[in-house]
Design a protein around this ligand. Structure first.
Ligand SMILES: NC(=O)c1ccc[n+]([C@@H]2O[C@H](COP(=O)([O-])OP(=O)(O)OC[C@H]3O[C@@H](n4cnc5c(N)ncnc54)[C@H](OP(=O)(O)O)[C@@H]3O)[C@@H](O)[C@H]2O)c1
Length: 295
């Protein structure tokens, strides 16, 4: 009998995360387990029950409360899964804090950074070592996550940086927001851009350190860009979302990366969009009027 495979998605009670769980549950086997995690016990329990009842679902689906701003809880869960199952096969770090267009970006910065960045660092640090050979650790970023979207002055903070340096850069950005010096230092007011660049940089840092070992075992660490997705987070930012994919459409390309039989070395450590690696140095800084939720 095959060892059951274990998958976990953060921020999975709605939106893209939930569609990723649905797709995992449909494409994994009956003996496998998908952990649908989110910050509210009730919301994850309800969502897991609903996914378990879908006709396409094959794997077991279990709700598990995990507030990703609690980095100790992330570490505890990784330890628990190692003790119980010997490791984990699929980890998708997906959670994001919802910021509405009328809200002050600076006022929401701490939560946004904690959910997207501090949590991503914790997931990489805690789940990287328990990822089984052949596993997948993906961080959901966006096409805004390429370095060129940042002012040139900020590039040295992220280009070729190790994980400690990326963490330092993120905390410098947070401090600059608190001290009202972010704009003069070149940080865009819109949080999503530095946040996504930092997520991609963190993945690149961890991947660079384990690339050879992972490629030898068919293991993949990468960031992914889902494209424009019609979710409660993105909807308020668009006047026209006719081009947006449904969450399940967007989940498909991400899950194709998860279920690909072989790891393409050209994708390893990179930001993957619809099966192709985006150029890390691509992009141009967005002007303030362009504060659209570019996918
Ligand atoms: N939508 C797009 O067009 C688009 C484009 C590019 C990239 N992305 C990326 O795709 C990912 C998913 O976005 P989405 O549009 O699907 O967002 P969404 O529908 O708002 O879902 C976000 C999820 O994150 C959860 N979350 C928030 N704070 C959390 C915390 N502290 N701990 C654990 N979970 C938490 C939310 O839980 P609650 O229900 O409890 O709030 C929700 O389940 C994000 O990384 C986003 O940046 C989206």
């Amino acid at each position: 009998m095959n060892t059951p495979r274990i998958a976990l998605v953060t921020g999975a009670n709605q939106g893209l995360g939930r569609a990723l769980v649905e797709g995992l549950a449909a494409r994994m086997g009956k003996e496998d387990l998908v952990l649908l995690t989110g910050r509210s016990e009730r919301r994850v329990t309800d969502a897991a029950r609903e996914v378990a009842q879908l006709p396409a679902t094959r794997a077991q689906v279990r709700g598990r409360a995990l507030d990703v701003t609690d980095t100790d809880a992330i570490a505890r869960l990784a330890d628990e899964l190692r003790a119980e199952y010997g490791g984990i096969d699929v980890v998708i770090s997906n959670a994001v804090a919802r910021v509405l267009p009328h809200e002050s970006q600076a006022a929401r910065a701490d939560e946004f950074i904690d959910v997207s960045n501090t949590a991503t660092h914790a997931v990489l640090r805690s789940f990287g070592p328990v990822l089984r050979p052949g596993g997948r650790l993906l961080v959901v970023a966006s096409s805004l996550g390429t370095l060129g979207h940042l002012d040139r002055r900020l590039h040295p903070l992220f280009d070729g940086a190790g994980l400690d340096q990326v963490e330092y850069a993120v905390e410098s950005w947070r401090n600059a927001i608190h001290h009202h010096t972010a704009e003069e230092a070149g940080w865009p007011r819109w949080l999503n851009v530095p946040s996504k660049v930092a997520q991609v940089a963190a993945v690149r840092a961890v991947a660079a350190a384990r690339r050879e070992r992972d490629l030898a075992t068919g293991t993949l660490i990468a960031s992914v860009c889902p494209g424009m997705v019609d979710t409660a987070t993105s909807r308020p930012w668009f006047s026209d979302y006719s081009q947006a994919q449904s969450p399940s459409e967007a989940a498909r390309a991400v899950l194709d990366v998860v279920f690909a039989e072989h790891v393409d070395p050209a994708l390893y450590g990179e930001l993957i969009r619809f099966g192709k690696a985006l150029d890390w140095h691509a992009g141009t800084p967005l002007v303030e009027q362009d504060r659209m939720l570019t996918p």
